[in-house]
Design a protein around this ligand. Structure first.
Ligand SMILES: [Zn+2]
Ligand SMILES: [Zn+2]
Ligand SMILES: [Zn+2]
Length: 325
């Protein structure tokens, strides 16, 4: 993510800022990819601290909030806080995907719809399964709670589990559908590298949860879950391309200079060649992991890329960036 400036005074403004130190209210305008002042605010601003400007086409909501079709009962328990936190992650992910033109006014294709559901409902505890189906992304808001997120991460033995990661993974499934519909060469290219996604999905997941990943999975898969089915291998790989590109973009915006890059004008989202992008992002990952340890935090990016995994990241980058030949 880039860093921005206040249009009134020029002070640095971060993506989630609601107001500037000079006192003006800040509204992020996704069309301009920057902050505006004195423009209509998203009608969810007071309710969930959405700092985006209203979209002219969406009855007072911003472009991101308008993509959410179902919200939780905000008057129950922590639901409003969980909804606000999930929407903040969603805005981040959508703003960064817009750098590759996804879901922008220039993008003629369909956008995903989101159902942000709580397990805490008026009719008792609900089972909410995260996932994507036919353009609809379902998110379980329970994981916007930091304690619950860590409890589930430990239960599933995952290295990293955040709302931002969930949104990227589920949107990657949606991008598979967009690419299948718009790029005739995509299905064959996909199967050559990720395998045949027509394999029975239910059976594949059952097998994964019963047996775990195959021995030696790290040679071929970025995460254990990626080994469950070609669809999940794609979603995990494409999400990792989003993580790496954004991590690098944020590092450059923060003026962190490391040897593989040495260029503060570098635009990770404009990079057509995935190799230097992945090399630089991986180098930043190693350094930032070390920085995190100085405060006792976990690693920002605890993953390694074996050659077969790297090939999947390279392929996914080509497709989701739009730079694939
Ligand atoms: Zn200002
Ligand atoms: Zn909004
Ligand atoms: Zn998935």
């Amino acid at each position: 993510m880039r860093m921005f400036s206040c249009p009134a005074c020029g002070a640095t403004a971060f993506f989630s800022n609601m107001a500037c130190v000079c006192g003006v209210e800040l509204m992020f305008d996704p069309a301009k990819h920057g902050f505006a002042v004195n423009v209509p605010a998203c009608s969810n601003r007071a309710e969930i601290s959405c700092n985006w400007a209203a979209d002219t086409n969406t009855a007072g909501l911003c472009r991101s909030c308008a993509m959410t079709k179902v919200i939780p009962d905000a008057f129950r328990g922590d639901n409003r806080m969980l909804w606000a936190s999930a929407e903040a992650s969603k805005r981040w992910v959508l703003a960064t995907l817009a750098r590759w033109s996804w879901f922008t006014p220039e993008d003629a294709g369909q956008s995903p719809e989101f159902h942000l559901l709580s397990e805490d409902t008026a009719s008792g505890p609900a089972v909410v399964v995260m996932g994507h189906a036919d353009g609809l992304v379902t998110i379980n808001l329970a994981e916007a709670d930091p304690v619950e997120k860590i409890r589930r991460r430990e239960a599933l033995s995952e290295r990293l589990r955040t709302m931002t990661i969930h949104f990227r993974h589920e949107i990657a499934h949606f991008l598979f559908e967009r690419l299948t519909a718009s790029r005739p060469e995509f299905p064959d290219a996909f199967r050559a590298i990720f395998g045949d996604e027509r394999e029975d999905y239910g059976k594949a997941l059952k097998r994964h949860y019963a047996n775990g990943p195959p021995e030696g999975w790290t040679d071929e898969f970025i995460t254990p879950y990626a080994s469950s089915h070609a669809h999940e291998d794609w979603a995990e790989s494409a999400a990792h391309v989003m993580h790496l590109t954004d991590m690098l973009d944020s590092a450059v915006a923060s003026k962190l200079l490391l040897p593989p890059l040495n260029n503060l004008d570098y635009d990770a989202y404009a990079e057509r060649d995935p190799d230097p992008l992945i090399d630089a992002a991986a180098a930043y990952g190693v350094s930032l992991n070390h920085v995190n340890r100085s405060m006792g935090h976990g690693d920002i990016y605890p993953f390694v890329h074996k050659p077969a995994v790297r090939a999947k990241l390279v392929a996914a980058h080509g497709w989701i960036s739009g730079f694939a030949a």
